[in-house]
Design a protein around this ligand. Sequence first.
Ligand code: NAD
Length: 371
Amino acid sequence: MQSNRTLMVLPGDGVGPEVIKETLRVVDWFAKNKSISFNIKEGLVGGASFDKYGTPLSDETLSDAVDADAILFGAVGSPKYDGVEFEKRPENGLLRLRKEMDLFANLRPAMVFPALVDASSLKPNIISGLDILILRELTGGIYFAEPRGIEEIDTQIKKGYDTNLYTTPEIERIGRVAFDMARARNGKVTSVEKANVMMSGVLWREVITSLHKKEGSDILINHMYADNCAMQLVRDPKQFDVIVTDNLFGDILSDCAAMLTGSLGMLPSASLGSVDQNTGKRHAMYEPVHGSAPDIAGKELANPLAELLSLSMLFRYSFEMKEEADLIDEAVSRALDAGPRTQDIMASGRVKVGTKGMMDSVINKLEELTK
Ligand code: NAD
């Protein structure tokens, strides 16, 4: 069955094309074994696009990305472009995609696979079985709001200041994403701010509370101060399902949650826009947290699992394919349990494999699970 959904694939630079190539084998596996396929469009981004078109993102590729139902992104960047003018650097291709599609919601799951429990700095009983999602507002708040600046008070003293500002619609739209995410997971949202000391936090809590009454009565909600949340994340992270928070607190809490889980080669992410009122579609881009890893590019050393787990998120959150996403996650988990591993997650007694070998192992587990 050919689905009418379009999947835009942007491999980019460095290890990006290597991990995308392996991840597309799993897309092929679903086509062959589950008769689920998509219209796949591939495009150039980053240095690869600069080499061909003289820009890190051509208007044509941007237009294809805007039209697609979801984007699977690899990584961009290379020291080769260090001398290139700022706007034409590979990273600007990614920034332009985020800006043009207004991808305001950043999702970072923190999921601990049983076989990697020892890679965390926390005790196994605290993090084993962990599966939480941090949802960070990405385009508003203290990193963007005015007034901000550094000014002289007098010849001796300067002042530096920022403004944490959120409007009702900005809070509502991230709140809606949180409820949608919770519906695809375990139905619980923790909204995080500092309503005890910040006016933007008072408004945040008011708006989320009223949105929950209007649109989220099927969701279990609680509210937590950001400092307490930081403490709870390392004390008892399994109490959470979805955490929704602003740009500043999300920046800090998502890094904290990511480190609960271990390696960079294992971390997926997603950036989402709002639902288009006319088409009902939501812009969404899925990518590993890691970059183009120039130090290992071309050496068959990259771990492809962060990219594959990004595909699993894409299935779960953009294509409503929860069962298939669960299947990928379980296959990854089983592959890690006993199989070979790439160098970044290598452990004693395991066979070391490259990018392809790691994906072979996951595909074997997909076969086993669906026999
Ligand atoms: P990086 O994430 O590319 O690499 C950091 C370290 O992690 C390196 O030692 C690398 O070998 C290792 N690593 C990364 N991905 C891995 C994988 N899949 N498997 C095994 N090991 C992996 O970060 P960096 O070195 O700071 O940046 C390199 C380039 O990537 C820069 O040009 C930077 O701008 C770009 N970058 C792009 C993105 C993106 O495209 N979203 C994100 C971060 C950095």
